[in-house]
Write a protein that binds this ligand. Structure first.
Ligand SMILES: Cc1cc2nc3c(=O)[nH]c(=O)nc-3n(C[C@H](O)[C@H](O)[C@H](O)COP(=O)(O)O)c2cc1C
Length: 345
């Protein structure tokens, strides 16, 4: 395991002590004000103590209008930023770095949480039910073009708040079917204005969002999570995938985006995100992080390939707070099981 434990120094992004990254994972343990708690601070601090190079927080709502998740934390007001400080300080005390994942769920949010109709690229409701309240997804209101700057502003405000609380970086959640992805996804985006239809138009929201955020905070402290290829039922990929990548990725680099987190949610890595990083690497000079339940040997091989700079793990970090220490000592890893979702250990 030589590469995995080498520091990561890329002038485009913040330095990391090694190439291990804890993926963003919603845990639903924020308090009734949606503030981070002492238990959350202890949970993240343990992962830093165990050696994690970079920790991504769970999806953190930038505003109530994007909320559809019970007890997810917010970073919408000063009180939320203040509450995050103890998490950040704990991780820093253990030598780790931490980025706040900024989340707007778009049509996956729910009126029970937002108090109003969700907003999206479309006015078509998502199929199925919101798993937080078991109610069908509501009919969203398609955002007017004139409203986009206001949405970007919510992200930029949240980014400033997060960096003000001491986070090393922020991650814009642009994958997994949430708001920015509802523009990139040609199956969801049915717009006929400048935000829908062609590849350029479907990428416009994401690019304007990154532009707005990097005008307000340094690009080297901004990451974006995308999921161009993932299994959701069957294999879902952005329509016109290669054209999307060819247009979006170099433009993100030109805007000064520090890092890309190429996710496949929990699909088999090699068939999805692993294929994507091979297309993305030649087009992006910033840091690329990716992974999904890779074995330490697979992770090392993937780093050696040069297509990624750091490896993400999700569930393995829940099951093994000291994941990185265990990998270092070649110790057996505890397997994740679903009951682990119920406690914050
Ligand atoms: C309990 C749980 C919560 C998750 N919540 C989020 C989230 O808030 N934001 C996000 O981008 N991905 C989320 N994910 C996806 C993970 O970040 C990760 O991409 C996925 O689990 C695949 O990695 P793994 O196979 O190493 O677990 C979640 C996954 C799990 C298991």
């Amino acid at each position: 395991m030589t590469k995995l434990f080498q520091p990561l120094e890329n002038p485009a992004f913040i330095p990391l002590r090694n190439r291990t990254v804890m993926s963003a994972m919603s845990r639903s343990f924020a308090d009734s004000e949606r503030c981070a708690t002492d238990d959350m601070a202890a949970y993240y601090t343990r992962r830093a103590e165990g050696g994690a190079g970079l920790i991504l927080t769970e999806g953190t709502l930038i505003h109530a209008s994007g909320d559809g998740w019970a007890n997810a934390p917010y970073i919408a007001e000063a009180k939320h930023a203040d509450a995050w400080r103890k998490v950040v300080d704990g991780v820093h005390a253990e030598g780790g770095a931490i980025a706040c994942q900024l989340w707007h769920m778009g049509r996956i949010s729910h009126e029970d949480f937002t108090g109003d109709a969700p907003v999206s690229s479309t006015s078509q409701a998502a199929a199925g039910v919101n798993r937080q309240n078991n109610k069908p997804y509501g009919t969203p209101r398609a955002l007017e073009a004139s409203e986009m700057p206001g949405i970007y502003g919510l992200f930029a405000d949240a980014a400033e708040r997060a960096l003000g609380a001491g986070f090393d970086a922020v991650e814009l959640h642009m994958g997994h079917g949430y708001l920015p992805d509802q523009f990139m996804d040609g199956q969801v985006n049915d717009r006929t204005d400048q935000y829908g239809g062609s590849v350029e138009n479907r990428c416009r929201f994401a690019l304007e969002l990154v532009e707005a955020v990097t005008k307000r905070v340094p690009g080297k402290q901004v990451m974006a999570r995308i999921s161009p290829s993932r299994m959701m039922g069957g294999l879902y990929e952005w329509p016109e995938l290669d054209e999307m990548i060819a247009h979006l990725i170099p433009a993100l680099g030109q805007l000064g985006l520090g890092a890309l987190d190429v996710s496949c949610a929990n699909s088999p890595y090699a068939e999805t995100a692993g294929r994507m990083v091979r297309k993305i690497r030649p087009l992006f000079d910033g840091v690329i992080v990716a992974g999904a339940s890779l074995s330490p040997q697979e992770a090392e091989a993937e780093l050696e390939s040069g297509f990624v700079d750091a490896i993400t793990w999700g569930r393995a970090f829940i099951a093994n707070p000291d994941l990185v220490r265990k990998i270092t000592h070649n110790e057996e890893l505890a397997a994740f099981d679903d009951t682990m979702r119920n406690t914050l250990v």
